[in-house]
Design a protein around this ligand. Structure first.
Ligand code: ATP
Ligand code: MG
Ligand code: MG
Length: 527
């Protein structure tokens, strides 16, 4: 009996981890605190969490903070918040920067054992030598010289800025990542955690295999584009006599019309194309939650992608269509009418405004357990112009949730009608939204977003700045029924016959109005 077999079906099709036994698995998610988490990171962390739980093991979240030029406290804090929002509970949070002394020790070990050398070859030339598989002129440097320059680099000496430490692996390897990769380099910027203690930092390539081994990671999950680096990772663990880690590859998650590189997302923030990292147009965790994805469907969707090793270029429409299934089950229904393009209908036999009359209707017709709401009715009601085009005298229409009204007079934008108490719903061809024309209606702004990128799939040689969508936000002013003023931030509702919306800013006063963000339902064009 293999207890892990019980977990095989947690996510259909998710492959087992090689060599894993329950209780002996440690995985880790290693974000660099150089930006906010995005939907691709969500896949990485949820996969790690999935395997840790499936094998009753441990999940480490480790800040891969080895580069002070890109990293900030702000990002570190936001990543922890984002993990919390995602519902991920790491067993421990660690920092590569806590191992800087240890890693420096390993670098010295490499130097002393002829496994590394110091190099001052200019970057461009180094690149060229890598391409041409030519050894650096310093490759056969003595241990003494190597130590001397390493110390100059680590002590913050100006001369040390020119030098970096390179592993001595194999310049003739067919695998470019084995051609004497850089292991350590100078950086005089203060580190957001370590301050000014260090003047040189290990690269991710050196730090990762060391810290994975020290922290007891059994399975390092890496995206398939790291495949080439696996050989280097294993070389380092083996050269340093470290406990070996198994590597488990999974595919990167990409989306059409979307940039996921942190550097490029930073550019959008810094150049004002978005209001911040939590902009609803952004593929960040914050962005998609703000756009209106439900947490449960977000997690389910991402894990359902986890099973595949193919690098997928997802369509947002699939993502939002899954989300719609979930939110449709609990989005309370309301009505709203376009603020300007409307006409007035006088229902002669309806109560006057002074009579304060209401009808009672289910929040969710499909599920009465959500309770009822009261909708104001009155003699004067507003209808959307587009809904009454071509309407003729004598026609019966349905005012949704209220009933049948027979149109008795059409006079431009003024209609007159009569409420028919037991009118035949089915016989009427127009079933339309309406709003009692009373003081208690609410000003509502609807925000509809589009992709920031106008090209479905950006190629290597595309500059994303040439494919920026100039129009990514459309707003519509509507009038909503008074019940909308009780909504809380993040509530998801449906405006009948318009779509699903998330409350971005609840109603405080008429001047600010209610701010609703449209939640894509997966049906519109490029979404
Ligand atoms: P950059 O955008 O600067 O390249 P990064 O995406 O590599 O940064 P990290 O913080 O280093 O950001 O990533 C943390 C983890 O998330 C890594 O294990 C990385 O492989 C994984 N990851 C990043 N992007 C994706 C993606 N699109 N799909 C799946 N996993 C991803
Ligand atoms: Mg990275
Ligand atoms: Mg990357």
């Amino acid at each position: 009996f293999d207890p892990s077999s019980l977990l095989d079906d947690l996510v259909p099709g998710m492959s087992p981890l090689e060599g894993a036994t329950p209780g002996n698995v440690v995985t880790r998610f290693p974000p660099e605190p150089s930006g906010y988490l995005h939907i691709g990171h969500a896949k990485a962390v949820l996969m790690n969490e999935y395997y840790a739980r499936r094998y009753k093991g441990r999940l480490i979240v480790r800040f891969d903070d080895t580069n002070p030029s890109k990293e900030k406290e702000e990002f570190q804090t936001s990543i922890l918040e984002d993990l919390d929002m995602l519902g991920v509970k790491p067993d421990v949070v660690t920092f590569t920067s806590d191992y800087f002394e240890t890693i420096r020790g390993y670098a010295l070990y490499m130097i002393e054992n002829g496994l590394a050398f110091m190099d001052d070859t200019p970057q461009e030339q180094m690149q060229k030598e890598r391409m041409d598989r030519v050894n650096s002129k310093h490759r056969d440097q003595s241990v003494e010289d190597c130590k001397k320059y390493f110390d100059l680099m680590c002590s913050g000496d100006e001369e040390g800025l020119k030098w970096c430490l390179r592993a001595k692996i194999d310049m003739s390897s067919v695998n470019g990542t084995m051609r004497d990769p850089v292991m350590y380099r100078a950086n005089h910027l203060p580190h957001h955690r370590a301050g000014t203690t260090f003047k040189a930092y290990p690269t991710y390539d050196l730090a990762c295999p060391i810290v994975d081994s020290i922290e007891g990671v059994t399975h390092a999950l890496r995206t398939t584009e790291y495949n080439d680096r696996d050989e280097q990772y294993q070389w380092i663990q083996s050269a340093l006599g470290l406990r070996r880690t198994r590597i488990h590859a999974f595919s990167r998650l990409n989306f059409m019309y979307t940039e996921l590189s942190k550097r490029k997302l930073t550019w959008f923030v810094e150049n004002g194309y978005v209001t911040g990292w939590d902009d609803a147009r952004f593929p960040t965790i914050r962005g998609v939650l703000r756009r209106g994805v439900d947490l449960k469907s977000l997690r389910a969707f991402i894990l359902s992608q986890g099973a595949s090793r193919r690098v997928v270029n997802m369509e947002w429409s699939k993502f939002w269509a899954e989300n719609k299934k979930e939110i449709d089950l609990r989005a309370k229904r309301f009505m709203a009418i376009d603020k300007t393009n409307n006409v007035k209908l006088t229902v002669t036999n309806a109560p006057t405004a002074e009579e304060n009359a209401f009808i009672s209707t289910d929040f969710l017709p499909k599920d009465p357990s959500f309770g009822k709401r009261h909708v104001r009715i009155a003699k004067d009601v507003l209808l959307e112009k587009i809904d009454v085009e071509g309407i003729v005298e004598g026609e019966n229409i349905v005012l949704m949730r209220w009933g049948v009204v027979k149109i008795t007079k059409v006079d431009g934008d003024n209609l007159t009608g009569e409420y028919i108490p037991d009118g035949d719903f089915k016989a009427a061809k127009r079933k339309i939204s309406w709003m009692a024309d009373v003081k208690e209606t609410l000003p509502v702004t609807l925000h509809e977003f589009d992709n920031l990128i106008s090209k479905a799939k950006l190629e290597e040689d595309d500059n994303f700045k040439d494919h920026i969508n100039p129009n990514t936000l459309a707003t519509t002013e509507v009038i909503g029924d008074a019940g909308l003023q009780n909504l809380q931030k993040n509530d998801i509702i449906q405006l009948e016959r318009r779509g699903y919306y998330r409350v971005d800013e609840p109603y405080i006063n008429a001047e600010k109005g209610l701010q609703l963000f449209m939640v894509p339902d997966g049906k519109s064009k490029s979404m």
